[in-house]
Design a protein around this ligand. Sequence first.
Ligand code: IVH
Length: 684
Amino acid sequence: MDIDQAKQRVQQLTDEIRFHNHRYYGLSDPVISDFAFDRLMAELMDLETQYPELSDPDSPTRRVGGEITRSFRQVVHQFPMLSLSNTYSEEEIREFEARVTKALGGKTEYVCELKFDGVAIGLTYRKGKLEQAVTRGDGVSGDDVTANIRTIKSIPLRLLGEGYPEDFEIRGEIILPRSGFEQINLQRTEAGEEPFANPRNAASGTIKMQDSAEVARRNLDCYLYHLLGKNLPFESHYESLEKARQWGFRISEYTVRCTSIVEILDYLDTTEKARKTLPFDIDGVVIKVNSRQQQALLGSTAKSPRWAIAYKFKAEEASTVVLSVDFQVGRTGTVTPVANLQPVLLAGTVVKRATLHNADVIAALDVRIGDTVKVEKGGEIIPKINGVELDLRPFGSKALTFTRNCPECSTPLIRNEGEVAWYCPNENGCPPQIKGKLEHFISRRAMNIESLGEGKIELLFDKGLLHDVADLYRLTYSDLIGLEKTYPATEERKARTVSFRDKTVENILRGIESSKAVPFERVLFALGIRFVGETVAKKLAFHFLSMDQLRVASMEDLTKVEEIGEKIAGSLLSWFRQPGTDQLLRRLSEAGLRFCVDATQNSFESDRLSGLSFVITGVFEKFSRDQLKKMIETHGGKSVSALSSKTSYLLAGAGMGPEKRKKAEKENIPVISEEEFLRMLGKI
Ligand code: IVH
């Protein structure tokens, strides 16, 4: 496609998408399926990435407030998003300072900053305009959340002043100030929805929302703390932040320079005391070497830079009494013990339950009914128990026994060798597991039946319309119309009513119908076979090409496939051997699901690496250089032979020459290992 054709297609797609947006959101009367709509959107996004010059700020892919992102595009970070090494001890901060001083051969200057408790974000700017906002993801690639981020008022869409580099990335943290958090939770409780556990969860939930207009209403904020790019014109980190502030970014006032360990420890102390007076949550302090040259000298490990460290504040704890212990069955059959506690106030909320994780944790803690325990609130809704106060143990208490039978279906529990969890093996007959399988089946990365959410699946299950995933394809309009059920409030959820009216039913049926076009590898993943995740499903699908060939494969055939070991193979064999499997597969095949690989698919797996170029050097453990090259290409990237300032990554195996490494360092090109590369592709 040449540029003129691309331009024409972009215009055509833009018009079509606008039309469908209006039908869907304006008139609530869509004329195409969600699936078909997503395809148009994906095509437009692809063209816009391929031809950035054609992408218009008003494009439906990036409209402010009101733009809907159905599913976030995955973007590979130009510089991997590292994390920080963490410590809770002042002693380790002293050790860090000593290490740095030794490595640099003398005193150095540090910058101390707040450690914001939010969601990391990378913003890329080009010629002074916000180009893209990407979440951390797994550090290698994240979600493109630009549309939502554009609604945050403290993030400049165009930079002020001048002197900013033509291309750079600035990273920081999206946070929700406590006032905004309380307001949202108030609205949620009034609407009968579950409140968020903490501002960080609320911020993270908000930036992943599909409707940016709703994001705009939530008053998120963003503090920036790290500038990246090739050949940046700054001597020090502090200077880069000062400049960034002048260009319009929000930089914390609490960012200070220190030149001694005494000053650093003093900052830790003052900040911990002042913590409660800040309008937002922090979970510690970050200490960074100020000079950029010294940062480069110190370098990074695969996970974190050696020039920075995070000092984390200890979590708040409270003491309370264990009243009883329940066992809960999760969606994958795992049974989790949960302690019911005497209600206690902790970090601003009343805590009534705490997870005990598994039988090993119960044994290690030796927690008993009537015990006084220390509870800590981590990031999750359910807090955890840190320890038992043995002095306060009531006389005559008995050690807890882990239940032997499933609390939902009474099936005897089993525990596999080498695993900590007990689980219920009745996967096709145990209600939470059936619901779990159905929810997994319809999820975005599986069959992507978005019109059926968790509540709707539960209703259909409770009404006896769904016993397994094949039942979905038998549902008719008259089965669904008018269905309604009110769910009473529980500990975790407020009361709510789910009901099916005309539009809902049409959308559900349309969603189910479109799922028949989902490719074989995703169908295989959707079946929810133990240990068959997305990557394994892909490997199996592309190796065996059809369900018919996969189902007759032996242990030997299966383990020949790259990355398939005996554990996965064993799980597949036992799944195919299960009594109901043949019939289930027959029904799904009759319903029209894809049971073989589409022949045109092999040469293109994803566009994860689109726009990135790689130089491959050295010898690798798992793949040959040719295989790696092929992988780069099938994921939309380019493999080039010589390093230049335009190279995105140097993929280095064993025995790379020192010259290459030097050159990469000089050009600021990240050097990645085979493992990091495979992680980039989501293969590990
Ligand atoms: S610097 C390579 N500075 O903490 C350095 N991170 O545990 C990268 N964070 O992923 C990070 N406040 O999300 C830095 N002032 C700050 C920070 C900060 C919060 C987060 C960030 C990072 C995580 C690491």
